[in-house]
Design a protein around this ligand. Structure first.
Ligand code: LCS
Length: 394
């Protein structure tokens, strides 16, 4: 088996993590087993003591899941990856591993709703403090640092406002204060952005999105830059039982092989959809990192290899217009989630971010008429025609 660590990203997507089995299988098989037999008592003892490498129990590790983890670690230039049952399992692993009673986390105000909800509703019960700020403003990060700040949590581009944080500059600032930097890289995927190369300590994903890309599983992963960080995170995933299932891992491995092709095609489509939306009279503004009108257009050009395929825009008619638009799309599916081959549309104020307080929504720039589109790989004319028709009905 070739070492693909130094090869191109497309080669890594297809081959990284592969291992040879007794039958010469072309793809990593599904090792659908909960437990693994030991040759004898000494073998079992050696595995538990870490003197020998191997598998013990599938919550702790499994060959199919391990193959996915190895692929993700190579793709994001990390020491190791930890696959989780969901993106929220990955977020929870990070929070639980890095925050203790009395600690403080600074986070992007426009993070995925539940990433904020679990902090403000649950971690607060265990004495963890949190601040939600516009992390695209370095001065705001600097002003928010407290003596007990342990983690800077960045989502870039953020869900759903598409605001972009300078990961390199933010990491340098955080590291001057001994703060660990975590980036939720879900919206970019490793094709467009590698947070660990930009200075972050931990990168995480909802694999449900681009990396799997086919809307058929829910999954997550955390990628650590160092061995020490990897061990810290893995202990939490194993202990709390946030593990992935082998069948899930098999599907993500299959999806990941075409990640670069899908991202490339989807962002070509997204550019055309964004231009169409920006010219439409019923739309107040469009936020897409590929448009010059995006407030951090230059930053996106430097930090990301491409603008991706997530677009947010504001309906002039506010909340009602947002709802009407949702009720009139046909090809573009009215559904949450993102990053799949199919185009999806949703209205954050009534859907993904409905649980965030009015104040929180205001501070995070989640307006009443905000609409989020995840552009898929269909023929772009069909996607635009569907949106055009739906907008006519508003
Ligand atoms: N991080 C980001 C940026 C996300 O968008 C999501 C899910 C998660 C983490 C959590 O991942 P999950 O547990 O769902 O795999 N985002 C969703 C969204 O925008 N609509 O539906 C789910």
């Amino acid at each position: 088996m070739k070492n693909v660590d130094e090869m191109g990203l497309n080669t890594q997507l297809v081959h990284a993590g592969d291992f040879e089995d007794a039958f010469g299988s072309a793809v990593t098989p599904i090792y659908q087993t909960s437990t693994f037999s030991f040759r004898n008592a000494a073998h079992g003892a050696d595995l538990f003591a870490g003197r020998e490498k191997g598998f013990i129990y599938s919550r702790i590790g499994n060959p199919t899941i391990g193959a996915l983890e190895d692929k993700l670690a190579v793709m994001e230039s990390g020491f190791g990856a930890i696959a989780c049952s969901s993106g929220m399992g990955a977020v929870s692993t990070v929070y639980l591993a890095l925050l203790s009673k009395g600690d403080h986390i600074i986070s992007s105000s426009a993070v995925y709703g539940p990433s904020r909800n679990i902090m403000e509703n649950h971690f607060v019960r265990w004495g963890v403090e949190s601040s939600y700020i516009d992390t695209s403003d370095l001065n705001l990060i600097r002003e928010s640092i407290r003596p007990n700040t342990k983690v800077l949590y960045i989502e870039s581009p953020a869900n759903p406002t598409m605001s972009i944080t300078d990961i390199k500059a933010a990491s340098e600032l955080a590291h001057q204060h001994g703060i660990i930097v975590v980036v939720d890289n879900t919206f970019s995927s490793p094709i467009l952005q590698k947070p660990l190369d930009l200075g972050a300590d931990v990168s995480l994903h909802s694999l449900t999105k681009y990396i799997n890309g086919h809307a058929d599983i829910v999954g997550g992963a955390v990628i650590a830059k160092t061995e020490e960080m990897y061990k810290k995170l893995r202990t939490i995933m194993v202990g709390f039982g946030f593990n992935m299932d082998p069948h899930q891992a098999y599907l993500v491995i299959r999806g990941a092989k075409t990640l670069a092709l899908r991202v490339e095609r989807a962002q070509q489509n997204a550019m055309k959809v964004a231009e169409f939306l920006e010219a439409h009279p019923k739309i107040a503004w469009v936020k897409y990192p590929g448009l010059k009108s995006h407030p951090q257009y230059e930053m996106a050009q430097q930090q990301m290899k491409g603008p991706g395929s997530m677009i947010s825009f504001e309906m002039k008619g506010g909340y009602e217009a947002g709802i009407e638009l949702m009720n009139n799309v046909h090809l573009v599916m009215l559904a949450v989630s993102l990053g799949g081959v199919e185009s999806l549309i949703q209205h954050p104020a009534s859907m993904t971010h409905a649980g965030v307080s009015d104040e929180g929504k205001k501070a995070a720039f989640i307006t009443e008429g905000l609409v989020r589109v995840s552009v898929g790989i269909e023929d772009v004319e069909d996607v635009i025609n569907d949106l055009k028709h739906a907008l006519e009905q508003v």
